[in-house]
Design a protein. Structure first.
Length: 226
């Protein structure tokens, strides 16, 4: 009976699939601050067997003030771009970026998925192209991006490194806030920003884990009945 109870507890524990990352607030210091709609307070990442979702949690309201840009830089494979990104903004990831999710919450909302191909960045998908699985939504305190795991070259069990940023509407604007940096990221709009990598592992969805757990419970019961 003890084995069954322990395994049941494991099934319940595995059911919580969201990974939450936190960032300090009031750390945006570019000219004109405060800009609470660009002040990242945290991020929640979830996945199922086919897709992954990134939710920016913000100190301010991206609906009322909608000129912010919200971006994720990803290192998921050897190589990558160590000096730039898919939007060619002054933002880089020293280990080499492979994917760039760049979003905007004005003009009807949208986001792009750009991939590094070894010499240049290419557009791999966009909400304005109706790319399957891609979506963006916002409310008074968050911006949420979703896309297929396969569009990032990822599957269950893979671990990748990432950082999330907010920025302004200018193409030369750097990242005014970084999820991974608890301190002010830049002092001026055009300053260069460096990623502070966080890690995420793609996990099986709760339903799959529950089914595996229930199957194991049934097997234990059959063994005890012999």
């Amino acid at each position: 009976m003890k084995k069954i109870l322990v395994l049941a507890g494991m099934v319940v524990a595995f059911g919580a699939q969201a990974t939450v990352y936190t960032d300090s607030v009031n750390d945006v210091i570019v000219p004109g601050s405060p800009f609470p709609h660009m002040d990242i307070s945290g991020m929640e990442i979830t996945n199922d067997l086919s897709s992954i979702t990134f939710r920016f949690d913000l100190a301010g309201d991206p609906v009322v003030t909608d000129w912010g840009k919200y971006m994720v830089i990803i290192d998921s494979a050897p190589g990558g771009d160590p000096v730039s990104n898919g939007w060619v903004r002054p933002i880089s990831m020293a280990s080499g970026a492979d994917s760039w999710l760049g979003s905007w919450v004005d003009g009807g909302n949208g986001f792009e998925n750009r991939s590094y191909t070894g010499g240049s960045w290419v557009l791999s998908g966009a909400t304005y192209n109706s790319t399957p699985g891609m979506s963006i939504s916002k409310n008074s305190s968050s911006v949420t991006l979703s896309l297929l795991l396969s569009d990032l070259g990822l599957g269950v069990g893979d671990t990748f490194f990432f950082d999330a940023f907010s920025s302004g509407g200018g193409g030369g604007d750097g990242a005014v806030d970084s999820l991974g940096n608890p301190n002010p990221q830049i002092a001026n709009w055009g300053d260069h920003s460096f990623a502070f990598p966080q890690a995420y592992t793609v996990v099986p969805e709760p339903g799959t884990l529950t089914a595996l757990g229930l199957g194991a419970l049934a097997l234990l019961r059959r063994r005890r009945a012999r």
